[in-house]
Design a protein around this ligand. Structure first.
Ligand code: AKG
Ligand code: FE2
Length: 332
């Protein structure tokens, strides 16, 4: 889409949040304690990920139940909002990183928490051509990148399925708030196809279910992104389909397909939930059922800007084996 309209969410999120009790929060600090500290290997090493896989079964019982239920059915919104997660073990948070492609290599409380939670949903993965293949990535505004359609930008980030072009895109995207946007303007926006579908005409649904769309890889993937073939935007059972679209990277192949995509975007905007994430909020987006984006905001680059940590997970490690060199967690 060439013309990017304003995402102007009417109200705060109506997505049900699961707030951890003080005891559950302490339970998470204990789990993170098993994975943090100078004696531990770096996050991207097989040893650390193995330790995190062992630690994940020690998460508080109720949280395990909530995650299992979400995996079974992501609900009408396709988003799970967890609140009151620890992001430090009491020590002060460092300044928000302000450099391109910033990632977390040393296991911190926050990194241990988000990885332990995401490991309950699937296998934690990353992409070699994105943020150097690091499993825990920082989502921060970067000077000079203001206008980019990436998470380093601060202009409106269009609604998208994460890595929509990739055959083995993540099934879940976890975004943990480390520091709130001091201006309050930056909001994670999510829309689900389950809420949008009833707003679409029968004819539009049929067009969206045909292979009349092409999705480009982001420039960072270079030639390894490969040439992808035309795909439908709605996939599977048309009564409850999966969605595959990125409104900044998916191109309709004809006029009718273009109109159908525009109608879909309108339906998404109408049914959108906007989340002003607070410290310790973890939004998990089901990347088959929901799209996400972000409103525009004005960074200050003073170390106090909005800061999220992001981790991907997917469900079928065998399905993706062909893309994971050596059987590791990083996909080509
Ligand atoms: O900044 C946000 O709220 C979302 C950014 C995003 O789409 C991402 O990191 O995948
Ligand atoms: Fe995203």
């Amino acid at each position: 889409m060439t013309q990017i309209e304003i995402l102007a969410p009417a109200a705060e999120s109506t997505v049900t949040a699961h707030e951890l009790t003080a005891a559950e929060r302490n339970g998470l600090i204990t789990v993170a304690g098993r994975l943090t500290g100078p004696a531990h290997p770096l996050i991207d090493s097989p040893d650390w990920l193995g330790a995190a896989r062992e630690a994940t079964s020690l998460l508080p019982r109720q949280l395990l139940g909530t995650l299992r239920a979400f995996r079974h059915d992501p609900g009408a919104d396709g988003v799970l909002l967890l609140r009151n997660l620890p992001v430090t073990a009491g020590d002060p948070l460092p300044p928000t990183p302000g450099v391109p492609n910033s990632v977390e290599r040393v296991p911190t409380t926050a990194a241990s928490v988000i990885v332990s939670v995401m490991l309950q949903l699937g296998e934690v993965i990353a992409f070699r051509n994105e943020k150097s293949g690091a499993l825990v990535q920082n989502v921060v505004p970067v000077p000079g990148k203001e206008d980019s359609q990436s998470n380093a930008g601060s202009v409106l980030l269009e609604l998208h399925v994460e890595n929509a072009f990739h055959d083995n895109r993540p099934d879940y995207v976890g975004l943990l708030c480390m520091r709130e946007d001091p201006t309050g303007d930056a909001k994670l926006c999510t829309s689900s196809i389950r809420r949008a579908l009833p707003l679409l005409s029968e004819a539009t649904r049929r067009v969206l279910a045909e292979p009349r769309f092409l999705t480009e890889p982001p420039p960072s993937f270079g030639s390894l992104g490969g040439v992808r073939s035309a795909h439908p935007v709605l996939q599977g059972d048309l009564d409850d389909p999966n969605v595959l679209v990125d409104f900044a990277a998916t191109h309709p192949l004809d006029e009718r397909a273009k109109a159908a995509m525009a109608e879909l975007r309108e339906a998404f905007v109408e049914t959108m939930a906007a989340h002003r994430l607070r410290v310790g909020d973890l939004a998990v987006v089901d990347n088959r059922v929901a799209v996400h984006g972000r409103t525009s905001f004005t960074p200050r680059y003073d170390g106090e800007d909005r800061w999220l940590e992001r981790v991907y997970a997917h469900l079928d490690n065998r399905r993706s084996r062909v893309d994971r060199l050596g059987g590791g967690a990083v996909l080509n």
